[in-house]
Structure formats: C-alpha cells, structure tokens
Design a protein around this ligand. Structure first.
Ligand code: SF4
Length: 74
C-alpha cells in the first residue's frame, strides 16, 4: 500500500504567530519568534494537517497533494 504524502507550506509573510498550528501539530509546525515554520514539509496524508490549515486565522498554511492545493478547505 502506498501512503500518500502531502507538502506543507507556511507563508511567513502572512503568518501572525498565533501558534495554533504548532499546538495542533507540533511534529509539523514550530513557532520561531512570531512566525511559524514547517519542520516536516512532506507529511503522510493526515486530516489533522488540513484541520491546522483550516484553523489558521491568517490562512497562511497551504497543504498540497501533487502540487494541487487541498487545504485550507473552502
Ligand atoms: S496557525 Fe497560522 S498564523 Fe498561527 S502560527 Fe500557524 S501559520 Fe502562523
């Protein structure tokens, strides 16, 4: 079985440093000062990553599958 992997990006210019993503998924996001950075930019497909993207107040997180943006969800 092949596990789908997603690419995760944070737009540092848009991030307002709420820390929501890092508290939801500390294994993927890390707060560095007032900006979140991505520790693991390739992650196994996991609904929680989409939840993090959805709940980012600045919409600064992008989740991509094969180059196509799948999160945040509309
Ligand atoms: S949830 Fe969004 S605004 Fe908050 S730290 Fe993460 S990327 Fe930045």
């Amino acid at each position: 079985m092949v596990t789908m992997s997603w690419k995760v990006e944070v737009d540092g210019g848009t991030c307002i440093g709420s820390g929501m993503c890092a508290s939801l998924m500390p294994e993927v996001f890390e707060l560095e000062g007032a900006t979140a950075t991505v520790i693991a930019d390739e992650v196994d497909a996991d609904e929680t990553v989409l939840d993090a993207a959805d709940s980012c107040p600045a919409m600064a997180i992008a989740v991509k599958e094969d180059g196509k943006v799948i999160g945040p969800r509309p």
